[in-house]
Design a protein around this ligand. Sequence first.
Ligand SMILES: C[S@@+](CC[C@H](N)C(=O)[O-])C[C@H]1O[C@@H](n2cnc3c(N)ncnc32)[C@H](O)[C@@H]1O
Length: 248
Amino acid sequence: MNDYYGELCTRLYEGDKSSANKKELEFYLSFVKDENMKVLEPMCGNGRMLLPFMQQGIDIEGFDISKDMLKACIEKSERINLKPNVWYQNIEDFKSNKKYDLVIIPFGSFSLLADDVAVKSLRNMKAVLKDDGKLLLTIIKKKNEIEELSDWTETNRVSFNKETVIVYKKSFYDKRTSLLNTKIRYELLQRDEIKKVEMMDLPLRLYGPGEFESILNPNGFNNFTIHEVKDGYGEGISFYVYECGTSI
Ligand SMILES: C[S@@+](CC[C@H](N)C(=O)[O-])C[C@H]1O[C@@H](n2cnc3c(N)ncnc32)[C@H](O)[C@@H]1O
């Protein structure tokens, strides 16, 4: 059976991505102009961004399709006395009567959506944004060389007390769909004995030049600005954020 952001995946994610990097956080926070703003974080995962937002007193809520990631978010929030409003929901079917000032989808999560789902999701975001609201998101760009792994390859090994999680990956790039399809196998070992195996399919949409821009306008976002966040993910690791608006 396949898991998607299952227990072992979440454990590793929480291990090194528990909270947003300071520069990344500051960038997203700079769009919250006053305390009355309503913020939504679809695909919020373990609350890496959502919980630091709440710690600043911001009215933010979020959803995700991984029960393990949501559980990690709730458990973490209890340790810091916060009660986040997070729920199980997929972005492509998300509808609400509520209107938000800001929607954020950080950390390349939007690239987890194949084209048909990405289009539906953009329309859903447009529908819940106020007229002058903004959508901030990052995507994963196609590089000149796409790294594929034709055989199962160990890519990570992390130890927690008496347990170790080993990560194996295999990936191929599908030119027709522009999806880098990665199969991930997580093995939980206790004293060299395999106690649990988790399998995950992780398709990533890699966007070529102008491709993402071309789906913004037809799906309700008629203006956008691209920001570079220097050292956003740590020293020497920068990323780009699309600031998308619906008003002319
Ligand atoms: C890379 S994690 C990022 C989480 C969070 N945005 C962050 O910045 O750390 C991607 C998350 O997207 C969620 N996800 C993937 N597809 C989704 C969908 N269709 N609807 C809602 N959440 C989804 C996954 O379950 C996972 O928790």
